[in-house]
Design a protein around this ligand. Structure first.
Ligand code: FAD
Length: 440
């Protein structure tokens, strides 16, 4: 018998339920990736992610070749191309990982229509605990993180599955070229499963509990692009963190639970990718010039501008900086979260519908935050999380000469370069618009 494995966001050999099922149940396996123009048409194929994806696919192909197999790439509608390959090869089964987005659901429905009983959808590939596996009584998902965390911690997780050592694949299957794109970021992370595992091995979890918010230390794992494309499974990573132990690894595992949490919200409410999870009663204050200043890092608040430059130059941003910039746009400027989220998605190598849209909504007060009207004061936050101004100096070299006491408040320094903008809102009133809109 022959089975197709349709790779989507699970570009790995280890702990891959779809690949493992195909390998253990069929004599021959055809690993398939379909470059689907619908992803580009939906605006999701941003250059940094396509370039990184392409590298991950090349690495996946290389790893498959070491087992005696290889990756077949096709271009077109995923369901049509998969059904066509199934007809070409006489496949009796097609294995694919379950997804949570509307796009993934539709793809699954279309595959089901084209393949019927031959389609096998595998849970537990995208997240450590599958969406819907734990639910509060009488509801289809958890809307608050802490009870979800408690339930998650009590849920048994399967042992990671081994990578297949040898695969048999027909060698006469035509394959399309890998997708290509020129990244806008100066440098992308090394792509693929081996690079993901190296990143984990070399990362020092010990300092994480203390330093995960320290902007200058940059002490987080940088595993997010690998998790987004499934170069490393969240389930295996949760096991690895448990094995490593200690407060740092525990704090890290908690972040993986945030990831699972947002995925189970999106799985239950796919519309939260574009509309308010909790509708906001007050209209937004939208102003295109202000938005452009935020987007281009010209707000006059150095910590915000530094973060936006980090995003533009590297396709990645520190979590604390994501919180600050998203809060600045949605709370301090009181702008709709959607254009901000879209700008992030255009640049982030780890840009992920569940994590990006639901973190934006959390920050904007339309999501799952139980204190939706909290405002992160960018100056207080900058003093706390970048006390020496090292992060600002790294990304805004034009301010590097300012003394530390002025680095987050250049407007008070005689040494401030003339072309660095004045703050676009009064620095002592960063929560003013939100409070006014709420009538407080
Ligand atoms: P670590 O601190 O090492 O955490 C390990 C992993 O846990 C991360 O790789 C990620 O998969 C997960 N994680 C960490 N924090 C969160 C969180 N708050 N929510 C969900 N998962 C989390 N993450 C994305 O992967 N893609 C996005 O598009 C994305 N957009 C965001 C937008 C905003 C406005 C905010 C506030 C956060 C966003 N995050 C997003 C979450 C978080 O900022 C990144 O996952 C993290 O910065 C990635 O760096 P790391 O891998 O070094 O994280």
């Amino acid at each position: 018998t022959l089975a197709i494995v349709l790779f989507t966001q699970d570009l790995r050999l280890h702990d891959n339920p779809a690949l493992h099922a195909a390998h253990t149940r069929a004599d021959q396996v055809v690993p398939l990736f379909v470059t689907d123009p619908a992803v580009a048409a939906a605006g999701f194929a941003a250059p940094n992610r396509v370039a990184f994806l392409s590298g991950c696919l090349a690495e996946l192909d290389a790893a498959l070749r070491r087992t005696g197999s290889r990756l077949t790439v096709r271009e077109g509608d995923t369901a049509e191309q998969t059904a066509k390959l199934a007809a070409e090869t006489g496949a009796t089964a097609v294995h694919v990982a379950a997804g949570v987005s509307t796009y993934a659901r539709r793809r699954e429905q279309r595959l089901r229509r084209a393949l019927g009983e031959r389609l096998h959808v595998h849970d537990g590939s995208l997240t450590a605990v599958p969406p819907g596996a734990v639910r509060p009584i009488g509801r289809d998902h958890y809307a608050v993180f802490t009870p979800y965390l408690r339930a998650w911690q009590q849920t048994p997780r399967r042992a990671p599955l081994p990578a297949p050592r040898a695969l048999r694949t027909p060698d006469d299957l035509p394959s399309a070229p890998l997708p290509t794109a020129t990244p806008t970021a100066r440098r992308l992370p090394d792509p693929g499963e081996a690079a993901a595992r190296r990143t984990w091995q070399h990362w020092h979890a010990d300092d994480y509990a203390d330093l995960h918010d320290a902007l200058a230390d940059d002490a987080t794992s940088h595993l997010s692009p690998y998790l987004h494309f499934g170069c490393l499974s969240a389930n295996e990573l949760a096991h690895l963190a448990e094995q490593r132990g200690g407060t740092g690894a525990e704090a890290f595992a908690r972040q993986l639970v945030w990831r699972d949490f947002h995925h189970q919200v999106l799985a239950a409410r796919p519309a939260a990718a574009h509309s308010d999870y909790r509708p906001r009663p007050v209209p937004w204050h939208n102003d295109p010039d202000e938005f452009a200043a935020w987007r281009d890092g010209r707000t006059g608040f150095p910590v915000i501008d530094a973060a936006m430059r980090q995003l533009a130059e590297t396709g990645w941003m520190h979590n604390r900086a994501r919180l600050l910039t998203a809060s600045f746009l949605s709370k301090s400027l009181h702008h709709d979260w959607r254009p901000g989220a879209a700008h992030f998605l255009h640049h982030l190598v780890d840009g992920d519908l569940a994590n990006n849209q639901l973190n934006w909504q959390w920050t904007a007060g339309t999501g799952t935050d139980t204190r939706p009207n909290r405002v992160l004061n960018p100056l207080v936050q900058a003093d706390r999380h970048d006390p020496e101004g090292t992060y600002v100096r790294r990304w805004l070299p034009e301010l590097a000469h300012l003394p530390t006491q002025d680095i987050h408040r250049p407007w008070q320094s005689l040494l401030c370069p003339a072309d660095y903008p004045d703050p676009i809102i009064p620095p002592d009133a960063t929560g003013h618009r939100l409070r006014t809109a709420l009538g407080k």
